[in-house]
Each structure stands twice: as C-alpha cells, then as structure tokens.
Design a binder for this molecule. Structure first.
Ligand code: URA
Length: 263
C-alpha cells in the first residue's frame, strides 16, 4: 500500500532533484514531519546521506541512473514499457543532446540513438568533428512508449504526461553535467524542455534559455532527416550545428563553414 509518507518522500525527492532545497511549511506540517522523523527506521538513513554526499558529476549521474530504473512517476502512468534506457556519453561533456524516447533498437540494446536515427546522428557529429563518446546523449522520456501487446518494432512519441513524468530526471542530469549548451532533437524534446508548442521550423535558428542560464538550440530530429533527405532540411540542421560549434568554441574549417554554400 502506498502511504501518504511514501508520496511525500517521493515528491520531496523530485523537488530536490529539480534544485529546490527549502520549502515553507506550517506548524501542522512540521509536527507531522517531526513525528515521521522520530519513528523512521534506520533503513532510511543511508538514503539521505547517499544523496547529500554526491559531489561529482559521475556520482550524481550514477545516482540518477539507479533512481530512474524504478522512477515511480513514470511507472504510475502504466503507458510506458518496463525497461529504462538511460543516457550515454561523457558526464563532463560541454554539449548535451536531448532526443525523444527510446525506440525498439534502443530498448533492445539499452542505449539511446543506436538505431537508424542514431546512425544519422553519428554522421552529423562526425561532420562536426565530434564522436558520441565526447558528448552526452539523453532522451526527454527514459522508457519506450507502449503500444499494446502486438507492438513489435513500432514506436510512438511520448505524450506530454509521459514527458512530464521523466522531466525531473532530465533536469537533474543537466544540473549534474552543467554543459555549455543543449540541443533539442525535434519538437517533442523542445516542448518538453522549453514548454510551448511551436514547430521545429519556428523554434530553430535562435538560442533559447533554460532556467535563465542554459543556452538551448532546437533542430530537426535525425529521423526527420531520414524521412526528408532534402537539401533544405539538411542545410537547416547543419546551420544549427554550426551555431552550436561556435557556441562551444570548436574549430570550424572553411570546408565545414561552406558545406552547403555551393549546393
Ligand atoms: N529517437 C530518439 O529520440 N531517441 C532515441 O534514443 C532513439 C530514437
């Protein structure tokens, strides 16, 4: 049975992972908390010290990975599949990419962007002079959205509720990694992270701010490029990536800068 105390503990943990470290409470709430503290079993003590002792990005990300496996906000919905697919890459990366949700291949292999969209993403990164291992790749939803018993290899985008359930994890990842900038791959990631409903074409081409300090760029999802190998779509993504390279202070050769100029 889920008790009021379980719900309060989970809500407070979620708030803490969103960076909230104090809350106003009235005398009645203080009394309840004091009573809970007095009766708490020794089992809860290590959990508290565990979180407060986390200081490196490695420790924080490792903690989040373990928490994500049974992330109750996501489990409770009943619309996401069982297996959690966490992020991959360098926890000290200056660039974080945020995708949509794991698909069939990602769920099978337990890693984001390992299917066809992942191959396209690797191509884009190579053109930027980067490898996957040098950046951090996450998804706005950590579980493959479910589509019933005969789902097979079919995938669907996560709903706003599914995204909201996983968002505290993603925000906590960003606070742990503290990248120089973030790229949202596709509208689903952009809406989850930045709010709003605009299309990628209306959101791309400019820097957005997350939590008043973190620069975020929006570009087309690699799957969109797979469906739409047009010059204008490829050029748009490349322009966004050039802006990201500039923001990161990465070297940009004449060839890279002029890649689409002659086409
Ligand atoms: N598409 C995504 O958005 N994320 C993945 O991990 C794979 C495909």
């Amino acid at each position: 049975m889920v008790t009021l105390r379980d719900i309060a503990r989970e809500s407070l943990r979620n708030l803490q992972e969103q960076g909230v470290d104090s809350l106003p409470i009235d005398d009645a709430a203080r009394g309840i908390l004091d009573a809970w503290r007095a009766s708490s079993s020794p089992v809860s003590a290590p959990a508290r010290s565990e979180t407060s002792e986390l200081s490196t990005p490695e420790q924080k990300i490792d903690y989040l990975r373990r928490r994500a496996v049974n992330w109750s906000a996501a489990r409770r919905l009943g619309s996401l599949r069982e297996k959690m697919v966490f992020s991959v890459g360098d926890v000290h990366a200056r660039l974080v990419l945020v995708g949509e949700a794991p698909g069939y291949d990602e769920e099978r292999l337990g890693e984001p962007f390992v299917g066809k969209a992942g191959q396209k993403l690797n191509e884009i990164l190579r053109a930027m002079g980067l490898r996957r291992e040098q950046i951090y790749i996450t998804n706005i939803c950590k579980f493959r959205p479910a589509m019933g018993a005969n789902q097979g290899t079919a995938n669907r985008p996560p709903t706003p509720e599914e995204i909201a359930a996983c968002l505290p994890l993603v925000l906590a990842e960003l606070r742990a990694i503290r990248p120089a900038c973030v790229v949202c791959l596709g509208a689903t990631a952009a809406h989850g992270l930045l709010g709003g409903e605009g299309s990628v074409s209306s959101l791309r081409g400019a820097w957005h701010q997350l939590e008043d300090h973190l620069p975020v760029r929006v570009t087309y999802h690699p799957s969109y490029l797979l469906r739409n190998e047009t010059l204008s779509a490829r050029r748009a993504v490349w322009e966004d990536m050039l802006a990201v390279m500039e923001k990161l202070g990465l070297p940009i050769s004449d060839k890279q800068r002029g890649y689409f100029l002659s086409r």
